[in-house]
Ligand binder design. Structure first.
Ligand code: NDP
Ligand code: HSE
Length: 429
C-alpha cells in the first residue's frame, strides 16, 4: 500500500488524540483511505518536555521549516491553537502545496475567506470539521447531507467546557471555580479559558456554522455574546423551581432574509432533550424546511472525540472526495444577510431582583413592566434576609428593548437594591 507522510502541528490534547487514533485504528484507516499514513514530524514548543508516549526518534521538532521544506509531507494537521502563528503556518504549508486539516475555530472564524482562497490558488484541500462541536460531524452535515434544505434555525450547546461547568453546578452543586478546574484538567478548556467562559469560543463556532447554513459571511463581531460568569447557584435553583435548566445556547435564526445571532446563558424547559445534555457533551438542533427538526448529540471536546473529526478529515483528503473548487463555491456564492440588532430580538425572560422588604415594591416593579408592555407569566418572592427579599419573574415573550427600558426604570426605584440576573428563555416553539 502506498505510504503518505503527514505532519502534526501540536501534541497537546487533540494532537495526542490524533496520534492515538492513527496507531489504534491503523488497519481500518488504511482500508478506508487506501494509504499507509506515516506521521513524519510533530511540531511542539518544547521538544524536551516529558511526553506520555513512546515516539520514534527525531519525530519531534520545534522548527516549522523542518515540515514546510519537506516535500514528502503532503498533509499538515494544525493543532497548536492560537491565532497568528497557526494562521501563518497554515498559509506557509499551503504555499508549499500541502493540504490542511485544522481544529482552530478562532482562525477559521476570522480568516476563512483568505485561507480558502489560498487553498484554491494553491490547489490544496482545507478541512476544519473539528473546529465546531468536537466529535459531532456538523460541518459535513450542513455542507452535504442537508443541502436540499433552506435552514431556518440552529440552536446548539457548542462549548463543552461551559456545559461541563453548568451541568456540574446544577447536578452536583459544585462551585464554578471547581468545575472549571475539572474541565481544564480533562483537557476540554482552551489554553485561555476566558474564551470558553466568556463565550468567545461558542461565538466563533456559531459564526462558522451560520455562514455555511445561511450561505452568507457572518462576522463573529455581529453575534450578541454573553458568557456564564454571572450564573449563580441562586439562579440555578430558581430555574429549577420554574421548571427550567440553564445552558449556554448558541442561537441562529433566519426570518425575512434577516439573521438573529446570539450566544448567552438560557433557561430551557427541563423536559427538553437539550436540558439533559450534560458534561462536555454538545448538541445541535437544526431546523430545515424539508427535513424538519434534526438533533445531533455527541462529545464536543476532548482528545479522542476531537481526534475522530480530525482523522476523518485526513481520510477525506486521502480519498479526495471534495475538490478544492467546491470549497471556493461555498466561499463565493454568498448572499449578504443583515444581522438584527440585539434590542430587536424577542424572548421570554427570567429576571431576579434584590429588593427592600417594603410595602409597594412589588406593585411599583409590576407597574414598570406593564407600562413597557412586558407581561409577567410567573413570579416568586422569597424573604432570605430580614433586610431584603428576592423577587424572580418570568415574562411572556417580550421585545428586548422593552426589557431594557423596564430594567433601567426598575434600577431607579428606591426600594430596589439590585437587578441581580436577567436571563433569556428559549421555549423551542
Ligand atoms: P493544547 O494546549 O493541549 O496543545 C497545544 C500543543 O501545541 C502543544 O503540544 C504545544 O507544545 C504546541 N504548541 C503551541 N503553540 C506552539 C507554537 N507556537 N509552536 C509550536 N508548537 C506549539 O491544545 P489543544 O490540543 O487543546 O487544542 C488545539 C487546537 O484544537 C486549538 O485550536 C483548540 O481550539 C482546538 N480544539 C480543542 C479541543 C479540545 O477538546 N481540547 C476540541 C476542539 C478543538 P508543547 O507540548 O511543547 O507545549
Ligand atoms: N474549549 C472547547 C470547548 C473545545 O470546551 O468546547 C472544543 O472546541
Amino acid at each position: 500500500m502506498e505510504k503518505v507522510k503527514i505532519a502534526i502541528l501540536g501534541f497537546g490534547n487533540v494532537g495526542t488524540g490524533v496520534w492515538k487514533i492513527l496507531q489504534e485504528n491503523k488497519k481500518e484507516i488504511m482500508k478506508r483511505s487506501n494509504y499507509d499514513i506515516e506521521v513524519a514530524k510533530i511540531l511542539v514548543n518544547d521538544i524536551n518536555k516529558k511526553r506520555d508516549f513512546e515516539l520514534p526518534a527525531g519525530i519531534l521538532t520545534d522548527n516549522i521549516d523542518d515540515i514546510i521544506n519537506d516535500d514528502n509531507i503532503k498533509i499538515v494537521v494544525e493543532l497548536i491553537g492560537g491565532r497568528d502563528q497557526a494562521k501563518e503556518y497554515m498559509i506557509r504549508a499551503m504555499k508549499a502545496k500541502k493540504h490542511i486539516v485544522t481544529a482552530n475555530k478562532l482562525v477559521i472564524a476570522n480568516w476563512s475567506e483568505e485561507l480558502f482562497r489560498i487553498a484554491e490558488d494553491e490547489n490544496v484541500l482545507f478541512y476544519y470539521e473539528a473546529s465546531v462541536a468536537g466529535g459531532i460531524p456538523i460541518i459535513r452535515e450542513i455542507n452535504e447531507s442537508l443541502t436540499a434544505n433552506r435552514i431556518e434555525g440552529i440552536i446548539g450547546i457548542i462549548n463543552g467546557t461551559t456545559n461541563y461547568i453548568l451541568s456540574k453546578m446544577t447536578i452536583e452543586g459544585i462551585s464554578f471555580e471547581e468545575a472549571l478546574k475539572e474541565a481544564q484538567d480533562k483537557g476540554f478548556a482552551e489554553a485561555d479559558p476566558t474564551s470558553d467562559v466568556d463565550a468567545f469560543d461558542a461565538v466563533y463556532k456559531l459564526a462558522i456554522m451560520s455562514s455555511l447554513a445561511f450561505g452568507t459571511k457572518v462576522d463573529h463581531d455581529c453575534i450578541y455574546r454573553e458568557g456564564i460568569r454571572n450564573i449563580s447557584d441562586v439562579d440555578i435553583e430558581y430555574a429549577k423551581q420554574f421548571g427550567y435548566t440553564i445552558k449556554l445556547l448558541a442561537i441562529a435564526k433566519e426570518e425575512n432574509n434577516k439573521l438573529e445571532l446570539r450566544v448567552h446563558p438560557t433557561l430551557i424547559p427541563s423536559t427538553h432533550p437539550m436540558a439533559n445534555v450534560n458534561d462536555a457533551f454538545n448538541a445541535i438542533l437544526i431546523k430545515g424546511n424539508a427535513v424538519g427538526e434534526l438533533m445531533l448529540y455527541g462529545q464536543g471536546a476532548g482528545d479522542l472525540p476531537t481526534g475522530s473529526a480530525v482523522v476523518g478529515d485526513i481520510i477525506s483528503i486521502l480519498r479526495n472526495n471534495v475538490k478544492p473548487s467546491e470549497l471556493k463555491e461555498l466561499n463565493d456564492k454568498v448572499d449578504f444577510k443583515e444581522v438584527k440588532k440585539s434590542e430587536d430580538n424577542e424572548s421570554e425572560f427570567y429576571i431576579r431582583l434584590n429588593v427592600k422588604d417594603r410595602a409597594g415594591v412589588l406593585g411599583d416593579t409590576a407597574a414598570i413592566f406593564g407600562s413597557n408592555n412586558v407581561s409577567i407569566t410567573s413570579l416568586t418572592q422569597d424573604v432570605v434576609h430580614k433586610e431584603y427579599v428576592l423577587l424572580a419573574f418570568i415574562t411572556h415573550k417580550s421585545a428586548e428593548k422593552n426589557i431594557r427600558n423596564s430594567i433601567k426604570q426598575i434600577k431607579e426605584l428606591a426600594n430596589v437594591n439590585e437587578v441581580e440576573s436577567i436571563i433569556r428563555i428559549e421555549s423551542f416553539k
